[in-house]
Design a protein around this ligand. Sequence first.
Ligand code: ADP
Ligand code: ADP
Length: 222
Amino acid sequence: VPPLALRDVTRRYDSGGGGEVTALANVDFAVASGEVVAVVGPSGSGKSTMLNILGLLDEPTSGSVELRGEPTVGLSEAERTDARRESLGFVFQDFHLLPTLSAVENVRLPTAFLPEDATERARSLLELVGLGDRLDHTPDELSGGQKQRVAIARALINEPDVLLADEPTGNLDRDTGTAILEEVRRIADEAGVGVVAVTHDDLVTEYADRTVELVDGVLRDV
Ligand code: ADP
Ligand code: ADP
């Protein structure tokens, strides 16, 4: 059973004046454990919509989203939030770190663990991503690549099945982007985390097991 899947998902938006836009059309998609999938496509093709639906932040107009084979349609907002926290990690282009908190504090932020356990786990995750010597630094004391490593550690704190990444290398130079992708690849391989990365970056597609493309809301293999 794949950790996360879309079954025949269509998402329409009202476009004003009684019109509709079909942002996703009958999309079937699944990410496997340990698999890295790149999602590419031109602007307006439905990438953000797909990521938001995979992230349980938005719901399909029709079709279903399945977490470990269980449909999520019909879950309450609170249940969706719990499911998101338990099963999914998010990584963004602009890192989304809180500027006044240290690396450890940023990483432990999304946990429900007891404080001491959360701190211990945050430390070991920062060590895992090569930041064992930056635990108490705040974001403005870290490089772009280091900030993204903190964000990846934060995304892993609840042991997600799947990481959802929005342009994870978008603000990084090529060498730093390569280092981050090697980290993501290692996490997928060693921890069995599935990764879905929306991207314009050819580097991401090189590190992916598979690339899919959206064109006008229709998903196809590349
Ligand atoms: P991408 O991320 O590939 O740029 P989006 O998923 O943002 O694509 O958008 C897909 C289509 O849906 C576009 O035509 C966009 O204008 C439309 N769209 C996205 N969000 C909304 C919204 N909240 N209301 C109306 N139309 C939207
Ligand atoms: P954009 O590229 O439009 O600036 P972001 O990269 O900020 O969007 O976020 C991508 C999507 O992830 C957004 O649609 C947003 O709703 C969602 N998102 C933002 N912050 C969080 C968060 N802390 N947890 C889960 N989802 C989030």
